[in-house]
Ligand binder design. Structure first.
Ligand code: ADP
Ligand code: ZN
Length: 599
């Protein structure tokens, strides 16, 4: 076995060089120090402990709450020729004993353990008798009582420091905020650890937020035009909508599975398993489909409903493109989303301070939807990071939204709310402004108010867009009673009086937006047959080995191969993601595909 980290990277994993801080993190551990690592999803955290575990004597113990994924992680390591195993409740006693012997002998490189298993006396005894390379504590934010993923078992992990003071420890998380980082350091007794905080940018993800007009059709266009045959996740707010959307996608010929808490554990597990193992399935899910979606080749994440915060949005969209190949984070958003969230919040349990806090987070999310500058700059800025230049890979960069001086129309819209008594929803207000004498307008006598029919310069849809932005900007509030009535806020006063000017976004028709969309589908039509053949080859190898296709090679590796058109095993060896073992096991099969397609 190679002992030098760089040669392990190249020969075992088949990668050419370390990314960002990987080398420094690995050095810290190899020389016996502790590390606390904050890196976004897809940043490459696993190598940070896998390579030191191989470089140092003894077994690397990885603590992870994601029992369902351990088998796949172990399979992936075995495919690389690394000896790895897991200890959790799914393992029978005989196999566990075998594994424990390998740990004692120091012949195992990596051992994955669930936290509750690790802290059992029997496991601790085993570890005391064994040579240990390191402890890696994955998903370390699970120690945080404030997060959604709190696990009480994680609090016990501080005992590692007391019981094994000589063994280096590394804690890893993709949760960005400083408070969580502080908590991890304290609760895991990592006072002496070096902190490695990476940029949270995910440059391969293209962020896009569209106006919602017929969300399903918009989703269908996205999948058909840009992501045909790709794996993706579609998030919806309610279970009902998840079921309906999945049914509908299947009717349209797109293979989709539902996932939500109402489905029962067995069906959920089955759907998750199929999503991981089969190529090109779409998972339609509520946020219950969450942590531990370790599938590297999710090519798009679509939101049919607004997430409640930027934190949630970033975490959910972050599940796209972990393999580094291009991916899309797409959302359809409308006024009704903003209204529904505000109502849910107003009616929710919780004290005033909690609600105020949640309200601020919602406002920030709405702000992101309406932003006219680079979305990535806005996103990173929210997490306290500065991106100097606009990114060039988000919708606002690719199609800079036009803004216009909306001072006068905003004044009309606000004043219509005032004149009708702050008791009506957006449709009614638009009827009044555009002079549409509906029954409701007539019975309320609103065809006599001063704002009746003063809005002829804009269409009904354009007025709705104005109201949407006024709500998003916090100039209008939504009533708590639940009827969706719009009400004036303190902030709107200067605008209502025309004392302050206002720029708003022009909602451009989509046809126009699309024509300027950057070409970003990684595979051209001419390459598609070859691409499909490579995927078929991968699928067959995966089935033979009983592992998910990405355990054979990631999409990024196949794309790399396509780019160089290998004609020899040596060419294949130069592709990123092809290490010694995989070259030997799969090189010929893929070479054969290229021979068939060479012309
Ligand atoms: P995380 O756990 O941070 O979400 P992973 O460890 O799963 O990320 O890595 C994400 C992807 O990046 C994987 O496909 C991994 O193989 C790949 N990767 C990691 N480090 C490198 C590197 N130095 N060069 C090329 N690819 C890498
Ligand atoms: Zn941008």
């Amino acid at each position: 076995m190679q002992r030098d980290p760089l040669s392990i990277l190249q020969h075992v994993f088949g990668y050419h060089e370390f990314r960002n801080q990987q080398a420094a993190i690995i050095d810290t551990l190899v020389s016996g120090g502790d590390a606390l690592v904050l890196m976004p999803t897809g940043g490459g955290k696993s190598l940070c402990y896998q390579i030191p575990a191989l470089a140092r004597e003894g077994v690397g113990v990885v603590v992870s709450p994601l029992i369902a994924l351990m088998q796949d992680q172990v399979d992936a390591l075995n495919a690389l020729g690394v000896s790895a195993g897991f200890l959790n409740s799914t393992l029978d006693a005989g196999r566990a004993r075998e594994l424990e012997q390998q740990v004692r002998d120091g012949t195992l490189d990596l051992l994955y353990v669930a936290p509750e298993r690790l802290t059992q006396a029997r496991t601790l005894e085993l570890l005391h008798q064994s040579p240990l390379a390191l402890f890696a504590i994955d998903e370390a934010h699970c120690v945080s009582q404030w997060g959604h993923d709190f696990r009480s078992d994680y609090l016990q992990l501080s005992l590692l420091h007391r019981e094994f003071p000589q063994v280096p420890r590394i804690a890893l998380t993709a949760t960005a905020d400083p408070r969580t980082r502080q908590e991890i350091a304290e609760r895991l007794d990592l006072g002496g650890a070096r902190h490695f905080v990476s940029s949270f940018d995910r440059p391969n993800i293209q962020y896009r937020i569209e106006r919602k007009d017929s969300a399903r059709q918009q989703l269908l266009r996205l999948i058909r035009n840009e992501h045909a045959g790709d794996a993706g996740i579609v998030y919806c707010l309610s279970r009902n909508k998840v079921d309906q959307t999945a049914d509908w996608l299947n009717q349209q010929g797109i293979a989709a599975l539902p996932y939500h808490a109402g489905l029962g554990g067995e069906m959920r597990a089955r759907h998750q398993q199929r999503f991981l193992r089969e190529d090109g399935l779409v998972m339609v899910a509520t946020v219950a489909f969450g942590m531990g979606i370790d599938k590297p080749d999710v090519r798009f994440v679509a939101h049919l409903d607004l997430p409640k915060s930027i934190e949630a949005y970033y975490q959910e969209t972050g599940r796209a493109g972990r393999d580094g190949a291009p991916a899309t984070a797409w959302m359809a958003y409308g006024l009704e989303d903003a209204i529904r969230h505000k109502q849910m919040l107003a009616q929710s349990e919780g004290n005033e301070q909690f609600k105020r806090h949640e309200h601020q987070r919602l406002e920030a999310m709405l702000g992101l939807c309406e932003v006219t500058q680079c979305r990535r700059q806005a996103l990173l800025n929210y997490f306290g990071e500065t991106l100097e230049q606009p990114c060039g890979n988000c919708d606002t960069c690719l199609n800079p939204p036009q803004t216009f001086d909306a001072t006068e129309v905003a004044r009309k819209a606000l004043s219509c709310v005032y004149r009708t008594g702050q008791r009506f929803g957006v449709n009614h207000l638009v009827d009044v402004l555009t002079g549409n004498r509906s029954d409701k307008v007539a019975s309320a006598g609103h065809d006599h108010v001063s704002t009746w029919n003063i809005g002829g310069e804009l269409s009904a849809n354009q007025w709705r867009a104005i109201y949407r932005q006024l709500v998003a900007l916090g100039l209008l509030a939504v009533d708590a009673a639940g009827y969706g009535a719009l009400q004036l806020t303190e902030t709107c006063r200067p605008y209502l009086r025309g004392e302050r000017s206002l720029q708003l976004r022009k909602d451009v028709a989509r046809a126009q937006t699309r024509s300027r969309r950057a070409e970003r589908v990684p595979v051209t039509d001419a390459e598609r047959p070859l691409w499909e053949a490579l995927r078929a080859c991968r699928k067959q190898l995966a089935e033979e080995a009983g592992v998910p296709p990405y355990v054979i090679f990631h999409d990024a590796t196949l794309l790399d191969m396509m780019a160089i058109h290998p004609t020899s095993l040596r060419d294949i060896a130069s592709v990123s993601g092809v290490g010694d073992r995989k070259l030997e096991a799969y090189g010929d099969a893929f070479l054969e595909v290229f021979h068939r397609y060479a012309s």
